[in-house]
Design a protein around this ligand. Structure first.
Ligand code: PMT
Length: 222
C-alpha cells in the first residue's frame, strides 16, 4: 500500500505553455516544453492517483494518465480547470500560463506597414490563485519560476495565494527549468522545505510526487 499512497486520489494537473493569439498566424508564448508537468503526471499516476492532465500545446507523447484535455490559451486552461476543480483532491499547477493576452486579437494577419507596432495586452486570470481561493479548495501545489531570490519570492507566493506547497525553480542561464531535460527544485510548505538537486525531470518528478503524497496525507489526517 505504501508504494501506492495515492490510490483513488483524484489529481488535476496543468502542464505546458499557453499560446495567446495576436492574429490568425501569430501568438505570444513561452519556453515551456511540458516535460516537467508530463513527468509529474506520470509519477502521480504511478503512485495510484487518477490524474486529469490539462495541457497547453507541446510536442511530447503521452503521458499515461486517466484523462487528457488539450487547450491552447490561458482562458481555455482557466475554463477547463475551474469547471472541474471542485471534483479533485489535489491540484498541481505546472503550466507556464501567459500572464497577459492581446486585448483584441486581429481578425486578419497584421501587416508590416509601420516601423513600430504597439500591442495592448490585458491580464489573464490567475488559475492557481482562483483554485486556492475556492471555499473547499483541493490540496493545492503551485510552481514558481524565478530568475532571482527564488526562495523569498516562492515563500511569498505560497502565503499570498494560500497554497499548501510550492515547487520553485531557478530559470534562466544554465540552471535547468524551461525546455531542458534536467531541473532542480526548492519545495516549500508552511512548516518545512526540501531541496531536490539538479537531476533528470523523470526522477525529479518521482521525488516531488512522493513529497506531495506525504504532505497530502499529513494534511488529510490533520
Ligand atoms: O515545461 P518544461 O519545459 O519542462 O519547464 C518546466 C517549467 C519551468 C515550466 C515548470 O517547472 C514551472 O516552473 N512551471 C511554472 C512556470 C510559471 O509560469 O511560474 P510563475 O511563477 O509565472 O507562476 C506561478 C504559479 O502560478 C505556477 O504554478 C503557474 O502554473 C500558476 N499560474 C500562473 C499564472 C496564471 N495566470 N495562472 C496560473 O495558474
Amino acid at each position: 500500500l505504501a508504494a501506492r499512497p495515492l490510490v483513488d486520489v483524484r489529481v488535476l494537473l496543468t502542464a505546458g505553455p499557453t499560446r495567446e493569439p495576436l492574429d490568425p498566424v501569430r501568438f505570444l508564448g513561452n519556453r515551456s516544453s511540458g516535460r516537467m508537468g508530463f513527468a509529474l503526471a506520470d509519477a502521480l499516476e504511478a503512485l495510484g492517483a487518477r490524474v486529469t492532465l490539462i495541457t497547453g500545446p507541446t510536442s511530447l507523447p503521452g503521458p499515461r494518465v486517466t484523462e487528457r484535455v488539450d487547450v491552447e490559451t490561458a482562458l481555455e486552461m482557466h475554463g477547463a480547470v475551474m469547471s472541474r476543480a471542485t471534483e479533485y483532491d489535489i491540484f498541481v499547477a505546472t503550466a507556464a500560463v501567459a500572464d497577459y493576452r492581446s486585448a483584441a486579437p486581429a481578425e486578419n494577419k497584421i501587416k508590416k506597414n509601420a516601423d513600430e507596432l504597439t500591442l495592448r495586452l490585458v491580464r489573464n486570470p490567475d488559475i492557481l490563485a482562483e483554485v486556492a481561493a475556492l471555499p473547499l479548495p483541493p490540496f493545492t501545489v503551485g510552481f514558481a519560476a524565478e530568475t532571482d531570490r527564488v526562495e523569498e519570492y516562492a515563500r511569498d507566493k505560497l502565503n499570498r495565494k494560500g497554497l499548501n506547497m510550492i515547487a520553485a525553480n531557478h530559470v534562466g542561464g544554465a540552471q535547468g527549468g524551461f525546455e531542458r531535460a534536467e531541473n532542480a527544485l526548492t519545495v516549500i510548505w508552511h512548516d518545512g522545505q526540501r531541496e531536490l538537486p539538479m537531476m533528470d525531470k523523470t526522477r525529479l518528478a518521482r521525488e516531488l510526487a512522493a513529497l506531495i503524497a506525504e504532505r497530502y496525507q499529513e494534511h488529510h489526517a490533520a
